[in-house]
Design a protein around this ligand. Structure first.
Ligand SMILES: *Cc1c(COP(=O)(O)O)cnc(C)c1O
Length: 489
């Protein structure tokens, strides 16, 4: 029987997984959630010997269950190939404190590759299954990493086009350069005067604008999303929680069946929500520790039950987590209360008053956060003690993990989820290791980090400063809709 998906905000339509991927967001502005989270039908013991691809199939067949085996295998094989620099796809490293799950071995050296290398395949397959023959336009807001990973995934994919909006001054130099040098004749990259929340809100609005939708439909276009509002982004992320668990068992840090904590550097709440789904599917997970940077709206939420986005937006050294409105939290609210009327009410309060309160009960999540000083201190101490270089986002989580264990005494084995290569944020990483690097040019820093860490510069950013800029548009946030209209109509 097909597992169906429904909107978190009450729209009564139940649709298949493939249709939910195609639509991206529900007509009422809600996010698609499974009506029931399926349980795994394989033994964890058997998963120990599976490759990443094999495990991906076992998990995805349950969550995206209107795809046939052949369809899923084709998607998985197309995604997790030599685009990744290791056959393990998501290797586990160890420090004396914990496991570190490295999710940055794909084409753009950040964790977004884990889902965005398969999303174009899922989307194309979904279009075919649902008889959708219009041109699919991917609209994406990015805090830095989604944009590049989506561009790489969709560049020159027939029948699709992609427009990426990023906060002009809210991404790292390497992130910006990665995006504006993107090749592919169906790609478009646009800087926005504003922060990530401004981009995300405007893009979500464009999605649900009925007039714009009708105009575009007439021209043969249909929108979809590569942001984690799309269930096709979330589903592939569930896989690596199982994979990490197996690697911890194989490393002898955990007994099969024993519980594990995950500490996740969080922005839009997509990564950690996949961990929650993994737990519901039957993975033995104790706590999911949600780690925030100084934009600690989620820490406050998990400690007080009040979500208050009305606060100063802080630009930090972990820009992919500089977010005050975490889209996927909406899915957690639904998961906890099961009441779409209540979720709709809370989301309306968020957009009109900028805040709401919610009874979290015992949700199995813990909030923690790290200041900029703690992030820099953690990069330095982990490098000196473990000879391992953390990027700024992973350092937020590592520091949060240390604070959490010190506070609670919880000594459950733990995995810190590592979301980016330190090379992507080389300048800040080096400054943390030694102040003498502070004035360094951001691209020079990449080479220096290679010497300091004794690791090679990852291929995707080698010589990136010399690549030609192919996109140099910058617009006001209120012009996003008219930009899309002019571009397509
Ligand atoms: C996107 C991103 C995050 C945040 O992930 P969410 O799923 O939005 O919570 C953390 N670190 C890096 C490097 C990212 O690119």
């Amino acid at each position: 029987m097909a597992l169906l998906y429904k909107s978190t905000r009450g729209d009564k339509n139940l649709i298949t997984a493939s249709n939910a991927i195609l639509k991206g967001i529900a007509d009422d502005g809600g996010l698609y959630v499974p009506t029931e989270i399926p349980k795994i039908d394989f033994k964890l013991e058997d998963a120990l010997n599976m490759s990443y691809k094999e495990l991906a199939y076992e998990v995805l067949k349950l969550v995206l269950n209107d795809f046939t085996k052949d369809e899923l295998m084709a998607c998985i094989n197309g995604a997790y190939d030599e685009k990744f620099d290791t056959e393990l796809i998501a290797p586990l490293k160890e420090t004396s404190d914990c496991g570190v799950l490295e999710l940055f071995h794909g084409k753009t050296i950040a964790f977004k590759d884990m889902a965005l290398s398969i999303l174009p395949y899922l989307l194309k397959t979904a279009a075919k299954k649902n008889g959708e023959d219009r041109h699919i336009v991917i609209l994406t807001a990015t805090s830095g990493d989604t944009g590049k990973a989506a561009l790489e995934g969709f560049a020159d994919v027939e029948g699709t086009g992609i427009i990426v909006f990023f906060p002009q001054d809210g991404v790292s130099d390497v992130q910006r350069k990665q995006m504006v040098t993107q090749e592919g004749k169906n790609t478009c990259v646009v800087g926005i005067k504003g922060n990530f929340d401004d981009c995300q809100t405007a893009v979500k609005k464009a999605f649900t604008d009925k007039e714009l939708k009708a105009e575009l439909a007439e021209k043969g276009y249909v929108f979809s999303s590569a942001n984690s509002i799309n269930i096709g982004r979330l589903a592939p992320q569930i896989v690596y929680y199982f994979y990490a668990y197996c690697q911890m068992v194989k490393a002898g840090r955990l007994k099969l069946g024993e519980k594990l904590n995950f500490v996740v550097p969080t922005g839009n709440f997509g990564n950690i929500l996949a961990g929650c789904y993994a737990r519901e599917m039957g993975l033995p997970v104790n706590k999911l520790v949600c780690a925030s940077n100084e934009n600690k709206v989620l820490f406050d939420f998990f400690t007080t039950g009040e979500y208050d986005a009305k606060r100063e937006f802080i630009l930090t050294s972990s820009p992919s987590m500089d977010i005050l409105i975490s889209s996927n939290l909406e899915r957690l609210l639904y998961h906890i209360c099961g009441d779409t009327d209540l979720v709709r009410e809370k989301m309306n309060a968020l957009s009109s008053e900028g805040k709401y309160d919610f009874d979290l009960g015992s949700c199995g999540f813990v909030g923690e956060y790290s200041s900029e000083a703690e992030v820099f201190e953690t990069i330095k101490s982990v490098f000196e003690k473990e000879n391992y270089v953390l990027d700024t986002h992973t350092a937020v989580a590592y520091s949060a993990f240390k604070k959490y264990t010190a506070k609670t005494g919880d000594n459950t084995p733990a995995v810190v989820v590592s979301t980016a290569s330190p090379f992507k944020f080389a300048k800040d990483v080096l400054s943390a290791i030694d102040k003498k690097y502070e004035g360094l040019d951001p691209f020079k820093a990449v080479e220096v980090l290679s010497e300091v860490s004794g690791t090679e510069v990852p291929k995707p950013i080698k010589g990136i400063d010399k690549r030609p800029v192919l996109h140099d548009i910058c617009i006001d946030r209120q012009d996003i809709q008219s930009f899309v209209r002019n571009k397509l109509v």
